[in-house]
Design a protein around this ligand. Structure first.
Ligand code: 5GP
Length: 192
């Protein structure tokens, strides 16, 4: 998605060779018009799957998840963090937190993902894929089908893409980062 690729190349902050920061329009400050445009673009790629619900994880997935769900006119469900009080029965996974360190528990109420659901996953970043894999596993444990996993930014030099493909789930991403080198992000323009 060229507008995002251009902004990452021009504006992103690169931390070491692992972390890409686009806090000023996605992860700390949010630009409503731009995130709505990105959500619309992801929704166009997801519509073919005829999803019934978008599934993401609290907190950074909620903004992108909401704009995609709005464009598709379907509900958004987000897995909650930090052992919240959710109505049972619920499904849980413990995952490492890649940007903050430590571990996070993700909890999903079975009231909100049901066996008839056609689920698409949406998140801001795909890194090692632990978040997305946990979401796919929880949706499947709830009996639902997972049709696609989609991301605003995919870091191709980490393990997430292969981990999701190994579960038989196709991917859709708006920007693919091949490497972070010398303070710069090297992108592959996705072939649209
Ligand atoms: P994963 O579970 O795929 O390893 O990591 C996914 C989560 O970690 C994303 O939802 C995102 O919040 C965070 N994350 C991972 N890598 C980055 C990064 O390079 N930049 C930012 N801003 N967040 C990241």
């Amino acid at each position: 998605y060229a507008p995002l690729v251009r902004r990452i190349e021009a504006e992103a902050t690169v931390i070491g060779d692992q972390v890409l920061k686009i806090d000023h329009f996605l992860n700390h400050r949010i630009e409503p018009r731009f995130i709505t445009e990105m959500g619309g673009e992801l929704a166009r790629r997801l519509a073919q799957f005829e999803p019934s619900v978008v599934l993401t994880a609290e907190a950074s997935g909620i903004a992108p998840g909401l704009v995609v769900a709005q464009a598709l006119d379907i509900p958004l469900v987000y897995a909650k963090k930090y052992a919240p009080q959710v109505e049972s029965p619920a499904i849980a996974r413990v995952i490492p937190s890649p940007t903050k360190g430590g571990e996070t528990k993700l909890v999903l109420s079975q009231r909100y993902i049901v066996p008839s659901d056609r689920v698409v996953i949406v998140d801001d970043f795909l890194s090692n894929g632990r978040t997305a894999v946990a979401l796919i596993e929880m949706a499947r444990e709830a009996g639902a089908q997972v049709l696609c996993a989609s991301f605003i930014v995919e870091k191709r030099f980490q393990q997430g893409h292969a981990a999701i493909e190994a579960l038989g789930v196709p991917l859709a991403t708006l920007a693919q980062v091949e490497a972070l080198e010398n303070g710069r992000a090297l992108l592959t323009q996705p072939a649209d």
